[in-house]
Write a protein that binds this ligand. Sequence first.
Ligand code: C2E
Ligand code: CA
Ligand code: CA
Length: 926
Amino acid sequence: MTPPDLINVLTSVLTQASQVLHTPHGFVALVTPDREAVAFEMGTGDLDFLGHEGLGPCADVTEQVWRSGRPVVMDTDGPPEEASALAGARLRAVAVVPLRAGGRTAGVLGMAYDADADRTFGTAELEQLCGLCHLAAIALESARLYAQEKRSVALAERLQASAQAINQSLDLDVVLPAILDQLREVIDYDSSTIQLVDGPRMRVIAARGFAPDEIGRVRLLAEYPYNELLATCSEPIIEGPVPSTHLWRMEPHLSASRSNLGVPLVVRDRIIGALTVDSHKPNRYGADDARTAMAFGRHAAAAIEHARLLASERAARHHAERLRAATQALSSTIDLQEVFALILSELRKVVPYDSASVQQLTGQRLELIGGHGFRNLPNLIGLSFDVLAEDNPNREVVRTRAPVILTDAPASYPNFGTDPHREADIHSWLGVPLLFGDRLIGMLSVDSKQPGFYTAEHAGMALSFAAQAAIAIENARLFAAAQRELAERKEAQQRLNYLANFDPVTGLANRTLLGDRLGQALATARRENKLVGILFLDLDRFKMINDTLGHAAGDQLLKAVGQRLKHTVREGDTVARMGGDEFTLVLPQLDTVEDSERVAEKVSDAFARPFVIDGREVFVSTSIGVSLFPSDGADLEVLLSNADAAMYWAKGQGGNMHRFFTTDIVRAVERLDIESDMRHALDRSELLLHYQPLVNLCTGRVVGVESLMRWRHPRRGLVLPDDFVPLAEETGLIVPFGAWALGEACRQGMAWQLAGFAPLRVSVNVSARQLSANLVKTVKSALTDSGLKPSCLLLEITESILVQNPEAAISTLRELNALGVALAIDDFGVGYSSLSQLKRFPFDMLKIDQSFVRDIPDDSNDAAIVTAIIAMAHALGVSVVAEGVETTAQRALLKERGCDAIQGRLVCPPLTAAELAAAFFDHGPQ
Ligand code: C2E
Ligand code: CA
Ligand code: CA
């Protein structure tokens, strides 16, 4: 729209010109904004061409004036064409004068006289007209400048409003029409559009000046090559007048369009679309309008880009949210199968599909481990195929480790279409790798029935999802592996526990577990005042069975015995194997001793039936020892060892019986132990002799030495005769022991002589059993072997021997006496021998028993007895030795009563041969 000020100027110029020239006919034409033409602006009288096409008869002359810048007058008297054109318009003459200001022609002013006026334009009229035009041009120029200024203010205001619209809303449907509305305020248009490049076409996204039902049809604009031009050229395009026969005559409303202005929408040097305006008037748009449109175009482009960024950010956020939800779901389980199921269900929320699969890669093979929407899925699960061998899209995924999209899978892979497991109408396919770090562990694939369904965006989403899925799978695998390892370790631990507590042959409790159970049983019994019974079993003659039937049969028997024992006793009782053929039963919570007796009998009875080993009946009996808490011991070790001792006792008595523990058994058992050890004492050289000197009471000189036997026991240490000689006598071992002592004493006596000491008589104690076991022969060989003279040997025989079997003793003693060996009566005074008996034996010496010496001189009775014995011995012509002399008082009394010699700790305790020589023979050989 022309600014109103300009209209005023032109109107006033026309009015003045009419008054000055006395004619009502005048017009003004102005150069169009595009400067391509001069267009009618306003007119009066017959020169008002409004509603006409162009300037009628004035067109040519106007063009001429505009181009030349000089006034032109037309007259009916002029050239014939001129005359006929003027005559046709009923005009007599026309004068057209340029409107010139600032050195350029802005338009023309034309005036005319009609035919009735009968006058023409002379020099005077022309001059007047030119003067008016000059003033008009100046006014016109200032109006134009003013308008321009106004327009740039308006433009600034509109641009600001448009920017505000962008700021106020991010919705393109609101912002873009608002921009077009603001544009209308500064650029005159009949319709306008904002269009986006959409592939090879343009898509209208906002429009003004179209009826609502026309908006859809605006798309046809895209057919117009002008848009393609815009899409490739960043310069504004101004067109007009547009011929009405052009392509868009298809659009009735556009057929009126005469001017067209389009500017590109540019974002970061890229044309994303166009802003266009149309006018029904021709030549409406010029460079100024283009600049203005460009400014609004920039706004539109910014708004579009802003919205796009926002949308993509929203989409990204939306995707991120879906991914996060999926990740969360995937991390809700560590069960591998559940993870696979979740992968398929969660994948659907991220990437839509009709069917989908999870496949795991092992070496070069892909295995289907989960699927959705496949036919006959159970048969498919676990199916694996060689990735390299098969021609399918999976191979591409494995090879490239990147997403693969097929818009029409059956077309790309013929096998795909014939796969009987897939629905027949599957078209789109998307496969993504399952990458854990840089390790390919499998792949995911989705199918859609819609051709070309999957986009790069789907691929991106699926890939992000697959990364999460891979983590979930690996986590579940690691967890499963850890579980397995834990289970294995537990099993190993259980195995160890079992071995630690159970006997592998019989499956019964072993010694360790028995200890535990017994400990518990004792604690409970103590609390509840009960008895605990311990049965210690040892199979009789098991060794024989083992040796004849073999070890395997032996093990079978042990197992069978264990089973039978278990069935014989109660549930709460413990049956344990202690090793070898020994078993132990713990009977907790017994009330009476009889209870344990009953169980022992029951167990004995259980062995009455044979055991079947290798199809052969085997009879085996057992010896059982029983100990009871608290009577036979307070703790585990004592109770077990007492039960063991009782068993040992039962076995010693022939086996196949049970025995309760008693204190007698301890002693008996100890004796049995000693006896068995004693049998080896000789061959293990555990026997030795100590020597104690006999000293003459008058001279104080050593008159002999008594040999006293000792046993160096490996565990008990040095054992004295009282602790083993009686047993040796009982068992008859005293015979070989005594023979050894004889030989050893003679050897030592001879050794001392050979060492240069004065000959000493060596005493050897002799037991009753030795007397009847060819003592003479033994003595002879001892003397012969050592080379000792018989007079240097003295045999000590207890008084009791003479009482028990005097006849046998007398003959032997006489024989010995005949050999020249000296004899002594030992322990005299306790054996009740009579003097008449004594007289029949050939004695050299009498030894008063220690019991009489011990209490002298205080005990007057003993002193009297000792005095009597000495007198009697001297009467028989036998020397007297007192034993066990420990005090000087004892010695004094003995000396006073005429005792010949003494023996005892007062003089010297029994010593080793070496010690004795050192103590008594140190003054050298005599
Ligand atoms: P015995 O023949 O009467 O031997 C004397 C015992 O008195 C020895 O005991 C000796 O160590 C101990 N004795 C020495 N000085 C004193 C003392 O001052 N006071 C007391 N109270 N005792 C003293 P030992 O060596 O324990 O021998 C015990 C018995 O064993 C011997 O009594 C003897 O009957 C027998 N015996 C020792 N050696 C043999 C042997 O080689 N063969 C046989 N058959 N019996 C032996
Ligand atoms: Ca003796
Ligand atoms: Ca004695």
